[in-house]
Design a protein around this ligand. Structure first.
Ligand SMILES: [Zn+2]
Length: 264
């Protein structure tokens, strides 16, 4: 078995390779509207497909768990059938899933996250895992944050803060990873003039309140211009992301944490 993906495995196969596994990959997505461009599973598909490709590159060093398919999407609830977990629920799911991997002797955990709304929970989960369980966990995005030289390399002229959801980047990744969830007729985001400002961003230093995506950001649900997406760009970006993640896995394996369980 070249790559370890629980979806493809039975338990005796897992048991045989267990001593070799150093890191559990736990993909984290959302069930959330992605404008007129890609379907509700966009983030889950990106997180899971990228985690599986990463597992293909890392051999028996990692094992890929099935994805967490719901996330924090309260800011998208104006668009029908987006679904959200509570912050406390997702944080608990992240911690419990990680502890399950650790229960079998897999030392370290990497959450592979494709949805920005999940970040506060991921931050809390890695803290809880360390403080209360002395477990070493990390989380990583899978998009433009990881591109050397930024996303401008793939989309010249793209404005920072004006992409990131059902946009050229996410859509290009979907066109490469799972084209059936991409609509042929795609639209640019219809942005509000108040984009990320008036109501929500008046507290300096990032201490803003919670956004309402439709009211504060974009009327049709997209932020960016998905018409510019191509499968070729999606493939190039995804390969660059995977190069980064492959190096990250090796760093995580080499990392020697100090024992630090604070709360017994
Ligand atoms: Zn998304």
């Amino acid at each position: 078995m070249d790559r370890l993906i629980l979806e493809d495995m039975i338990w005796p196969e897992v048991a045989e390779v267990l001593p070799e596994i150093k890191v559990a990959l736990i993909p984290v997505g959302s069930c959330e509207q992605h404008g007129p461009n890609t379907t509700f599973v966009t983030d889950t598909v990106r997180a899971y497909r990228i985690a599986k490709l990463l597992a293909g590159r890392c051999g028996h060093k990692v094992i890929c768990f099935p994805p967490i398919t719901y996330g924090i999407s309260s800011h998208h609830m104006d668009f029908p059938c987006s679904a959200t977990l509570r912050v406390s629920t997702l944080t608990a799911v992240l911690v419990d899933t990680a502890l399950s991997a650790v229960h079998y002797g897999i030392d370290k955990v990497l959450f592979v996250n494709a949805h920005g709304g999940n970040k506060p929970c991921l931050m809390s989960a890695v803290q809880i895992l360390k403080q209360e369980h002395d477990v070493t966990a990390f989380w990583t995005p899978v998009g433009s944050e990881l591109l050397e030289g930024g996303i401008q390399k793939y989309f010249p002229g793209i404005q920072p803060g004006n992409f990131g959801h059902a946009c050229e980047m996410e859509t290009a990744q979907c066109m490469y990873l799972r084209p059936d969830i991409v609509r042929e007729k795609r639209e640019k985001g219809i942005n509000q003039t108040s984009i990320f400002t008036d109501r929500t961003a008046f507290v300096p230093g990032g201490g803003q309140g919670v956004w309402n995506w439709k009211h504060d950001v974009t009327l049709n649900g997209a932020l960016g211009d998905a018409r510019k997406a191509t499968a070729e760009i999606g493939e190039a970006m995804t390969n660059e992301v995977l190069d980064y993640l492959e190096r990250l896995v090796d760093k995580i394996i080499a990392y020697q944490p100090t024992p630090e369980k604070l709360f017994k």
